[in-house]
Ligand binder design. Structure first.
Ligand SMILES: [Zn+2]
Length: 261
């Protein structure tokens, strides 16, 4: 790795972390129905508005030792997590797609999934305000920027929405209770708009595998046998879609050429 690539990657990580800082604002404010633009950042404990120098991604958290400068109230770890994850995703998008328009679209897609996952983890909802425009926006971007044919986009949306709708319907008919939220259905439809049918199938497979693993781990840890235990599916679908985005080709090739032959 040349020094210049390293410099570029550092700059991309820092820019990504700054965008991550904004994504955390979205995660905090969208479910609470607060504008994401106004007012500026404020400490959730003392309400003191935060000047830019205490709002520098990651660095401020480290310098302030994780406490508000004004009231010393602990700052949530979520901030740093979201900033680091977004910075990493920005670097990975650059490494995978280079400095292209395609990379910008995929970074926007990844950023949307970060917001969706953050909200689902804290509130157990996936807002329609993100997923429904997301279907349209990523559908249009896939067509205009990624050069994907319209049929592939529409079939991706239908596969994403349809499969989970079917699962939810069967679950409801058997158990007479809702097992899967409508939010997951619309989220997978959005993922389908961006990645097509292959992306949907991969996402569903990887997401279910990871979700089941996490579910079993949680049950063992809490010694719970309650099968109704609610685990948000959105973060697992999002993670599945991101694995597809960055490693889908490699994993699918490996599966068909190594495992099946
Ligand atoms: Zn404070």
């Amino acid at each position: 790795m040349t020094l210049s690539l390293l410099t570029v990657l550092c700059l991309i990580f820092v820019s990504g972390a700054c965008i991550g800082s904004f994504l955390h604002v979205c995660i905090y404010r969208i479910p609470r129905n607060i504008s994401i633009v106004f007012p500026g950042s404020a400490c959730p404990a003392c309400g003191h508005s935060l000047p830019f120098y205490v709002n520098i991604p990651i660095l401020s958290f480290v310098v302030l030792k994780g406490r508000c400068l004004f009231c010393r109230h602990p700052i949530s770890w979520q901030y740093v997590m979201v900033e680091c994850i977004t910075g990493m995703l920005a670097m990975m998008t650059y490494l995978r797609f280079g400095g292209t328009w395609e990379a910008i679209v995929w970074f926007a897609f990844a950023a949307t999934l970060v917001v969706v996952s953050g909200i689902d983890l804290s509130f157990r909802i996936i807002p329609d305000r993100i997923s429904i425009p997301g279907i349209l926006i990523f559908g249009c971007l896939a067509w205009a920027v990624l050069d994907r044919p319209l049929t592939s986009i529409v079939s991706g949306v239908l596969a994403g929405g349809g499969i989970l709708y079917g699962v939810a319907l069967v679950y409801y008919l058997i158990r007479r209770t809702e097992g899967m939220g409508g939010g997951d259905i619309k989220l997978l439809a959005m993922i389908g708009a961006a990645t097509g049918v292959t992306g949907v199938l991969f996402t569903l497979f990887a997401g279910s595998l990871a979700g089941t693993g996490a579910g079993i781990a949680a049950m063992v840890k809490n010694r719970q046998t309650d099968r109704q235990m609610q685990i948000p599916f959105g973060p697992f679908l999002s993670a599945g879609a991101l694995v597809y985005l960055f490693f889908g080709d490699i994993l699918i090739d490996w599966y068909f050429f190594q495992v099946l032959s």
